[in-house]
Design a protein around this ligand. Structure first.
Ligand code: ATP
Ligand code: ZN
Length: 291
């Protein structure tokens, strides 16, 4: 038997597998890829990583086999575990995709009622049912295991409900996306009865580190000099920055130093607008860690 540890279930292989391990690494947990394919250990903390099919992750966490899991929100939404349903602890900012209603190009889609009486193919019957019910639409749901995008061409269904990230697959099949059923990304899920008490502190610190990693991803530290008279205009241009630090410059009454953490990407266009508003000596720095 292995020593007690906090257990996290992650996808073994697939779109979220690599990024899930990267998140742990970025949070300072050194993952040891041992001989045991099903279980990886963390070298510098009592954490075990269970590597499984993504579809099994909500059940593992719901049953308490794992304390946490990393899984697409779309998969969590599709599992029906009742009182054992894991809760979403945190959105992780990767694996973004959208569950969409799509139909052959030229389909006259005005709103969800355009689907009334039709047959819709999907691998996400629960999410689709919830969407249809929410709009009071009656339609037939055809549950498939995969290759949903070929259903209209085979006359199996008139519309589909499927995951879309770039839209290339839809386009290749002569389909067009019309409505959004669910916005998804990888999420950290937590056992409904809480983590094992012995690891509560470790779990808290892990969550704080994950939050820091997510927050610092894409975030930048921006510094500049700004004319006092145009300060409001300049701070309003900064993307996703709340409460910038404003400090006086020695010997300059009319100019202030502005420092801010920008949560969103800082583009050249943003810098040009700042310059246009009178900012000078603009510096954009990467942020390594944030807490
Ligand atoms: P498994 O073998 O673990 O069952 P899978 O084939 O069900 O894997 P993947 O295709 O690896 O799953 O996708 C895992 C998750 O990645 C999806 O559930 C979804 O949250 C996310 N994802 C991001 N972009 C896409 C996309 N374009 N298509 C499908 N899933 C995507
Ligand atoms: Zn799967």
């Amino acid at each position: 038997m292995s020593a007690p540890a906090l257990r996290i279930a992650v996808q073994k292989s697939g779109r979220l597998a690599e990024k899930s391990l990267e998140l742990l690494e970025a949070a300072g947990f050194r993952v040891m890829k041992g001989a045991n394919d099903l279980l990886y250990r963390v070298e510098n903390a009592p954490i075990d990583i269970l590597r499984v099919r993504d579809d099994d992750i909500p059940t593992f966490v719901g049953d308490g086999v794992a304390d946490f899991g990393i899984v697409g929100r779309n998969v969590l939404a599709e599992t029906d575990l009742g009182a054992r349903a894991p809760g979403e602890a945190m959105a992780l900012g990767f694996g973004r995709c959208t569950l969409k209603i799509a139909a052959p190009t030229g389909f006259k889609y005005a709103n969800p009622h355009s689907l009334a009486g039709l047959r819709i193919a999907t691998t996400y019957p629960r999410s689709l049912k919830r969407f249809l019910d929410a709009h009071g639409v009656e339609a037939e749901i055809l549950t498939m295991r995969g290759a949903v995008e070929v259903a209209p061409r085979l006359h199996l269904a008139q519309a589909i409900c499927d995951l879309v990230s770039t839209g290339a697959t839809l386009e290749a099949n002569g389909l067009e996306a019309y409505d959004t059923v669910l916005e998804s990304e990888a999420v950290l899920i937590r056992a409904p009865k809480g983590v094992q008490p012995a690891f509560a502190d470790l779990a808290e610190s892990m969550l704080a580190r994950f939050r820091g990693v997510s927050a610092s991803r894409g975030a930048k530290y921006i510094m500049m000099n700004a004319p006092r008279a145009r300060l409001a205009e300049i701070t309003s241009i900064l993307p996703g920055a709340d409460a910038p630090t404003i400090t006086p410059l020695a010997g300059r009454e009319d100019v202030l130093a502005v420092h801010a953490v920008c949560q969103e990407s800082v583009f050249w266009e943003t810098l040009e607008r700042l310059k246009g508003a009178g900012a000078s000596a603009i510096l954009v720095l990467p942020i390594e860690k944030m807490m």
